[in-house]
Design a protein around this ligand. Structure first.
Ligand code: ADP
Length: 457
């Protein structure tokens, strides 16, 4: 568990974020890159760097043997996977463990269990975490039995692949007549994409919010919850804006949910940073999945708790104890994050290329996590997230005002970013009021397109 050198098996803003945390702890940080990322700013921030392969992620950031070789060659005893790529890959975690290295995250067994959504839900139900009503275990093969289960859950239902992820392997069914076909198609997709034919069924919630709980656990049985985040502003199942706390949800309800999450962490032997994702509808929380890694939006929790979650994640991987007690976790003020993507705001069309000029906003309450500098290349091969602007303040209104000012200050030349979409949302009355559902953004964009056809971008 003892280590002094960390291989950061990721790219972009999260690689830079992890490198900063390593250096703050006095650890050596080793960066990696693909051929397309040789000029990446995170490489300069690290103590050492290794090119691990060609541009396609499958041959670089997703190439487990290349990463293990890089760790060996640089004397790294630990690997931080960041988010995306191999961050929730149980087979990779196993290989890291077999190589005698420390994966900064939970054990491969826990990653495997949480990656299997049927097992994850069973474990959560057993630990007292409220779940979306649905089938117990995998759907049987017989159509009649499936029909009976769906009828009991109550239409509309959603068919989900146990191994699914990234918004894939799900299908909403509104009437019994559509059930058999939906099961067949989803099963086919599940086998092809996730090599796991198991499906389950859940009640489909029509107007939920997405609210999640951040946890942090050490190897000594200590588990903390660090508050909630509201990530309901989504498009194509991708989060666009996140905030903490979740507007209008009573603190006592969050505290009760947080306690259930930490009890579940103790029950499954969780360690490191993690997130329990819930849908929240009509005052009821329902677990959908757990992310066994650091998340993009951890920043808003950092800004409202004053904690450095990535540093703590590394410290507990070293075997360190959490020094805080739950009562010491104090949440103050508000924070909002806008994900700045290299894409056209309203159409979502990607805009990779050379960033001719970059000027990031600043001032009180503004944090920018980004690997961008003037002259940087934004390759077309990876996720389009190039910066996260986080505004914090005493209340939500102050955050919104600061964020609008920050977006106006942002200067980007050479490529296009989605700042216009963010400004549109921040100026919208429903967002301003707070508490929108996961369908809000797509519905709002549909209405905008209907109101003025042809103004797609
Ligand atoms: P993934 O791992 O693919 O992200 P999730 O289970 O987290 O899958 O679900 C992704 C998204 O799908 C959720 O954020 C939500 O928007 C929608 N969703 C999932 N389950 C339900 C449900 N039971 N009712 C309504 N929407 C759901």
């Amino acid at each position: 568990m003892a280590f002094d050198t960390v291989l950061v098996a990721n790219r972009g803003e999260i690689a830079l974020r992890v490198i900063r945390a390593c250096r703050a702890l006095g650890l050596r940080a080793v960066a990696v890159c693909s051929d397309a990322d040789r000029g990446g700013a995170w490489l300069r921030a690290a103590d050492d760097s290794v090119c691990i392969g060609p541009a396609p992620a499958g041959r670089s950031y997703l190439d487990a043997p290349a990463l293990l070789l890089a760790a060996e060659a640089t004397g790294s005893q630990a690997i931080h996977p960041g988010y995306g790529f191999l961050a929730e890959n149980a087979a990779f975690a196993e290989e890291v463990e077999r190589a005698g290295l420390t994966l900064i995250g939970p054990s491969s067994g826990v990653i495997r269990m949480m990656g299997d959504k049927i097992r994850a839900k069973e474990a959560m139900r057993a630990a007292g975490v409220p779940c979306v009503p649905g089938s117990d275990g995998a759907l049987p093969a017989a159509a009649a039995a499936c029909e009976a289960i769906a009828a009991e859950v109550g239409y509309p239902v959603i068919i989900k692949a146990s191994g699914g992820g990234g918004g894939r392997g799900m299908r909403v069914v509104r009437e019994p007549a559509q059930l058999a076909a939906a099961i067949a198609t989803t099963r086919e997709e599940a086998v092809r994409a996730f090599a796991n034919p198991d499906l389950y069924v859940e009640k489909f919630l029509e107007h939920p919010r997405h609210v999640e709980i951040q946890v942090l656990c050490d190897h000594h049985g200590n588990a903390l919850w660090l508050g909630e985040r509201d990530c309901s502003v989504q498009r194509r199942h991708q989060k666009v804006i996140e905030e903490a706390p979740a507007p209008g949800i009573p603190a006592a309800e969050i505290a009760e949910l947080g306690e259930r999450c930490t009890a579940a962490c103790r029950a499954i032997g969780y360690r490191g940073a993690g997130t329990f994702e819930f849908l929240y509808e009509d005052g009821v929380f329902a677990f959908i999945e757990m992310n066994t890694r650091i998340q993009v939006e951890h920043t808003v929790t950092e800004e409202t708790t004053g904690l450095d979650i990535v540093r703590e994640q590394i410290r507990v991987a070293q075997g360190g104890r959490l020094t805080l007690k739950q009562a010491d976790v104090v949440r103050t003020g508000h924070a909002i994050e806008c994900r700045i993507n290299a894409e056209h705001g309203f159409t979502g069309q990607p805009s990779p290329g050379r960033l001719a000029y970059w000027h990031a906003p600043g001032g009180p309450g503004i944090r920018v996590d980004s690997h961008m500098v003037s002259g940087a290349e934004v390759p077309p091969h990876y996720d389009s997230l190039i910066a996260k602007i986080v505004a914090s303040g005493t209340d939500r209104a102050e955050c919104i005002a600061r964020m609008k000012s920050a977006l106006a200050e942002l200067r980007v030349e050479g490529i296009t970013v989605n700042a216009d979409l963010h400004m549109f949302i921040l100026e919208d009355a429903a967002f301003e009021a707070g508490g929108v559902t996961i369908h809000y953004l797509e519905e709002r964009l549909r209405r905008r397109a209907e109101a003025s056809p042809g103004t797609g971008s």
